[in-house]
Design a protein around this ligand. Sequence first.
Ligand code: F6P
Length: 365
Amino acid sequence: MRIAISTGGGDAPGLNAVIRAVVLSAHARGWECFGVRRGFRSIMTGERTNPLDGFLALGPDEVRGITHLGGTILGASSHGNPFRWPKILEDGSVMEVDRSDELVEAFRKAEIGALVVIGGDGSLKIAYELTKKGVPIVGVPKTIDNDVYGTEATFGFDTAVSTATDAIDKLHSTAESHDRVMVVELMGRYAGWIALHSGVSGSADVILIPEIPFSIDRVCQKIMERESRGRRFSIVVVAEGARPQGGDLVLQDEAGVGRVERLGGIGAVVAEEIATRTGKETRSLVLGHLQRGGSPTTFDRLLALRFGAAAVGAIASGRLGTVVVYAPPEVKVVPLADVVGKQRLVPLDSGIIQTARSLGTSFGD
Ligand code: F6P
């Protein structure tokens, strides 16, 4: 048996732990294991004279001592959708072409019996489309955003939340020393998981998430109400996907050929509104990719190792076209079809939202 692993989309802490678990579990069964580099790019680009060109042999030696390392030894790519591959035309313009058949053929020629695709919703959707073309796949849900449907957690999320909570703790010092409003924008795309979990844990006064469109008046009311109680500083946590009631997402970059839209900028907009309306000295920052970096937390390492071993278990038992998910306390396998094309957003009746409201936190609604 010969299997391959790919890490698509953005990186997340825990990717290397999954790779190690897959390689060691496969090795224990006497299987061969290969990595595909930078998403599917090492197969889609470069010369292919040999069926294994673009594949990297992975054995116990190649994955030694990597569980605690951030990033991915295979490299990642956010622009590697084989169904929507950017092609530069002679006039310099770019169009999308479907190169998925080439990829399917490359896997067939390399005699890959199963492919483990470690990715977020975008990569799992690609994986699902490839299964329809006959590629035997098991998915592993990865993203700091925690927005993959069907799993209670993705690995990477816990580490991102720890980083964000630590940042919020640190912002308290300056906020309190200078009587300022500090606005911090966090990642998460269209879901507010990172902002909610770190905002509550870091005692933010206001948490703005995509699931609850906010009123800037209500945000300022909360800040001034604190002021009237002698609390002359406030911490406002804003998810990058948060938007005002009746307003739009703030984007850094529109979607284009071979790339998705990039969110970002709402923190600065909120900060400016607060400064204008309250007269309070206000500063904003974007925590950005710090949330994707560093060593995975114990929770993420363990989840990632469990996911990797479970993916190999699923291949061994012939459960292909599936994805491993966390259904506490178990790691299970469900059909990819049940998971793709859906988003896992923060439910409005979430116990964590209720806890935050009981503590006096404002969601700007
Ligand atoms: O999906 C993970 C994520 O970090 C999002 O939270 C964020 O919106 C996006 O990726 C950033 O992507 P890039 O690294 O391409 O800027």
